[in-house]
Design a protein around this ligand. Structure first.
Ligand SMILES: Cc1cc2nc3c(=O)[nH]c(=O)nc-3n(C[C@H](O)[C@H](O)[C@H](O)COP(=O)(O)OP(=O)(O)OC[C@H]3O[C@@H](n4cnc5c(N)ncnc54)[C@H](O)[C@@H]3O)c2cc1C
Length: 396
């Protein structure tokens, strides 16, 4: 009998799993013994990591989008649009419904539907929202704002955790400082403030490095500052505890949550995220324990770091365990929390040398002391091209 793997979401994680399985099971697929289906509401893939660079002209929108038909193996049954937009998931009866009314069943399910910004979760935020976190268009708008403001307080606020890539707002803050200093050459006209919802900024060595550099670059930081309210008319925001900060330009990261369909289907926990065993990534939650349902990427548990690097490692583990399961060899490989955070502290311009580092760690081992380098800058810049032809295709 034909076995069916159904993947919900053809973003970073879903594409890697689809491509790895398609390569491994080319014989079974050709003999019609196995079917791999991926569902997504959109036929266009966006490398969200590139959003951070768009405001500074370091990538163009074309650099960070590709048609999914060019990224996912033709051996995969790829379904996009209304036939791919998931509207209901019933993991007890192993059935998924989509917007067009069709239904899909499966033997193995992979839930990789990412996270979504909740713009109205903070009162007033939607009235004055400039953000590079949500779309190409909004990131480009942030660039226009940065290029037109002449002086004043630029406030970067991360409303709440968890968000995808918690390091990105820090990287953005350093890139803004570098851009104003080396490109616009008017840094002294601005106060840059970073409002951070927690006390530490990343793991201890990351926090240490970033804290020292923020001070050195005269960037003010307010920690434990979850965003409570924004008043667009007085250009003032306040923390949940009521501390107030004035701004001339607010660049904010809204709170994030998984897609609505996941909570509507009764799959999320009390924090609103999709729970799973943190090593096997198999679903463990209000809908029961399901060994045939894997949870990976940004929609996963609140306390598993949400990064593209992490999503990639999780995809490798889930693909390998699905391969083992389908072959019936009984072998399991664990996800051990492998993740990372690329940090940029200076951009490359005619008068400055790019400085970056890709810090990596896992559940048990925090990053050792590190120093951003010029080589790190080039590696990270280059990665955005490798992303399409190597990472998403699951070649490593
Ligand atoms: C500004 C920013 C900067 C970042 N920088 C970095 C970085 O430098 N390094 C790094 O490692 N990570 C970075 N990340 C994080 C990285 O982009 C994510 O961790 C990664 O994309 C997660 O992959 P995913 O597959 O879980 O989700 P996604 O890639 O978001 O894919 C989810 C997919 O689900 C689909 N979907 C949603 N709803 C439905 C539905 N109802 N039906 C069908 N399909 C649906 C979406 O269309 C999408 O294709 C950054 C993120 C942001 C926002």
């Amino acid at each position: 009998m034909k076995e069916k793997v159904l993947i919900l979401g053809a973003g970073y994680a879903g594409s890697v799993v689809a491509n790895k399985l398609a390569r491994e099971f080319r014989q079974k697929i050709a003999k019609d013994e196995l079917e791999i289906t991926v569902l997504d509401k959109s036929d266009t893939s966006i490398n969200q990591g590139g959003f951070t660079f768009l405001p500074f002209g370091l990538y163009t929108p074309e650099d960070i989008i590709r048609k999914r038909s060019k990224l996912i193996s033709p051996r995969v049954n790829s379904i996009f649009g209304e036939d791919g937009e998931v509207t209901a998931i019933d993991i007890k009866s192993k059935e998924v419904g989509v917007k067009s009314g069709k239904k899909y069943n499966y033997d193995y399910l992979v839930i990789a539907m990412g996270a979504r910004p909740i713009k109205d979760a903070v009162p007033g935020l939607a009235d004055d929202l400039h953000t590079f976190y949500t779309s190409i268009e909004e990131a480009m708008e942030v660039g226009k704002k940065i290029n037109s403001i002449e002086k004043g307080d630029i406030v970067i606020s991360v409303a709440a955790m968890p968000i995808p890539c918690p390091g990105a707002p820090v990287k953005f803050t350093f890139m803004l400082d570098s851009y104003l200093r080396n490109v616009r050459k008017n840094r002294e006209q601005f106060n840059i403030k970073l409002l951070w919802p927690m006390e530490p900024i990343g793991p201890p060595e990351f926090n240490k490095l970033v804290s020292g550099l923020l001070k050195e670059k005269d960037i003010e930081v307010k920690r434990s500052f979850p965003l409570g309210e924004v008043n667009a008319s007085t250009k003032e925001l306040s923390s949940k505890e009521g501390e107030k900060v004035k701004y001339d330009l607010l660049i904010a990261v809204p709170p994030h949550k998984p897609q609505q369909v996941l909570s509507d289907s009764g799959l999320t926990d009390e924090k609103g995220w999709v729970p799973c065993d943190k090593n096997t990534l198999q679903y463990r939650g209000p809908a029961g324990n399901h060994d045939n349902v894997y949870v990976l990427g940004d929609n996963g548990p609140a306390d598993v770091l949400k990064t593209g690097i992490g999503a990639h490692y999780q995809s490798l583990v889930v693909s390998q365990n699905l391969i083992n399961e389908i072959y019936g060899n009984g072998t399991k490989v664990p996800y051990e929390g492998e993740t990372g955070c690329p940090i940029i502290v200076e951009t490359e311009t005619p008068t400055s040398s790019g400085q970056a580092y890709i810090a990596t760690w896992n559940y048990g081992t925090m990053p050792a002391p590190f120093k951003p380098t010029k080589m790190g800058w080039y590696v990270y810049r280059m990665y955005y091209y490798l992303h399409w032809d190597m990472s998403v295709k699951g070649l490593f």
